[in-house]
Design a protein around this ligand. Structure first.
Ligand code: HEC
Ligand code: HEC
Ligand code: HEC
Ligand code: HEC
Length: 297
């Protein structure tokens, strides 16, 4: 069964069943219900699709199935294109108090106690894209996390034929994105005597001076991190919190991310057992060349 045939069918079905939604959206869409928006040919240089910045989508369904949500178009999408329809994700929208009455201003979670944390409670999107600290150390884009948005149910095990490796419809792969900055610190492979929280004092809470000026010095050459700013901040007092923040200090997971192991000057020839299966390069889509200027689009 070809995917495009399936999508056409799905599109037709959606059009038939969602007359109410369409009415709410204003214009009558789905005029040609047999053909969903044509998939975009793999763009080599400039995105081949029209930027929707000033465009009002023909219908809610057309917007939902906009080719920009799918590969390959999403790989070329700019934040501006996504924000043309999803501006609300960057609006401050934290409740003043939880439904149970706990004031947001009075609540601080464990991951907010690291010294780099500043300001009032904010949303997940804003903490990664808008807050001053996020902008200083990172250069995340919508598509760093979202590799598509498939309106179909993607939860694994929801039907007898569901694939095992499906992520939810926002198509964010936690094990390939979130885990990079929210995994455990792999202190045993670093030869540390124990977890960083217990042993940071002997190292003056600094990751660089004693170790990372010689070890694994080729790091962070990816389009979603500001490598130089990270090193500058990490050189300051308690700079260990900068590094540890992304390498154990905000760990949602019990596992560590298996970072690529870029060769560094004076790297010993023998590869330790734990590193034998590690890649030696960052994931291709993150390598700076893919976004030459390294700037927000
Ligand atoms: C033409 C308008 C439009 C553009 C451009 C657009 N979207 Fe969407 N998006 C929608 C609509 C409409 C939906 C469907 C919402 C629904 O039915 O829940 C949607 C759904 C989504 C969802 C799933 C929402 C949920 O609650 O499950 C995500 C994530 C998403 N879009 C991300 C993106 C990203 C990232 C981009 C840029 C690459 C983008 N969108 C571009 C209109 C758009
Ligand atoms: C740090 C990774 C990350 C980045 C960067 C990111 N998102 Fe998301 N986004 C998520 C996650 C995770 C969710 C699911 C949140 C939830 O279910 O509560 C989500 C949810 C959404 C949704 C569904 C509505 C909602 O608020 O839950 C939309 C739409 C969306 N993102 C659009 C965008 C757009 C547009 C951008 C770029 C401006 C963007 N995202 C950048 C991780 C990210
Ligand atoms: C490139 C590194 C990076 C990636 C990838 C990343 N995060 Fe984060 N995340 C951070 C940093 C840095 C902070 C702390 C921001 C601050 O303190 O202002 C943070 C904070 C958070 C917070 C706390 C927000 C708050 O209000 O305190 C949550 C929740 C979170 N991340 C979830 C996620 C999820 C889910 C993903 C994957 C979709 C993800 N992160 C991907 C770096 C990252
Ligand atoms: C904003 C989050 C963030 C901060 C801050 C951060 N890192 Fe990283 N670090 C990452 C991510 C993400 C990767 C994986 C990059 C890749 O795939 O190449 C990484 C990779 C690494 C690697 C693997 C290098 C290799 O061989 O590719 C080392 C070592 C490392 N970081 C050390 C540090 C040190 C030391 C600091 C403080 C000076 C630090 N990190 C600060 C997110 C962060």
């Amino acid at each position: 069964m070809s995917a495009s045939w399936f999508r056409a069918l799905l599109y037709k079905l959606m059009c038939v069943t969602s007359a109410g939604l369409l009415a709410a959206f204003g214009t009558a869409g789905c005029k040609d219900a047999t053909s969903p928006p044509a998939p975009v040919a793999a763009a080599t240089s400039a995105p081949a699709f029209a930027a929707p910045a000033e465009v009002t989508p023909a219908s809610y369904q057309a917007a939902k199935y906009d080719p920009i949500h799918f590969k390959p178009a999403i790989e070329q999408a700019t934040d501006q294109q996504c924000l043309a329809c999803h501006a609300e994700v960057l609006k401050p929208s934290v409740r003043k108090a939880s439904p149970a009455g706990l004031e947001a201003a009075a609540a601080k979670a464990w991951y907010q106690r690291i010294s780099t944390y500043e300001g009032e409670q904010d949303t997940l999107h804003r903490r990664h894209l808008e807050t001053p600290y996020a902008k200083q150390v990172m250069n995340l884009r919508c598509t760093t996390c979202h590799q598509g948005s498939d309106p179909r149910d993607q939860a694994p095990g929801s039907s007898a034929t569901a694939q095992a490796d499906l992520t939810l419809r926002k198509t964010v792969k936690p094990e390939a994105t979130c885990l990079m900055c929210h995994g455990q610190m792999n202190w045993p492979v670093m030869g540390l005597p124990g977890p960083w929280a217990e042993f940071k004092e002997p190292f003056q809470n600094n990751c660089v001076v004693a170790c990372h000026t010689v070890q694994r010095t080729v790091r962070h050459q990816v389009n979603y991190l500001n490598a130089q700013a990270i090193e500058e901040l990490a050189a300051k007092t308690d700079g260990g919190d900068v590094c540890f923040g992304c390498h154990g200090g905000r760990a949602w997971y019990r596992v560590a991310y298996p970072y690529p192991r870029h060769p560094w000057p004076d790297m010993p020839d023998d590869v330790p057992e734990w590193a034998k299966n590690r890649p030696t390069k960052s994931e291709a889509r993150f390598i700076a060349v893919a976004n030459p200027a390294g700037e927000k689009q």
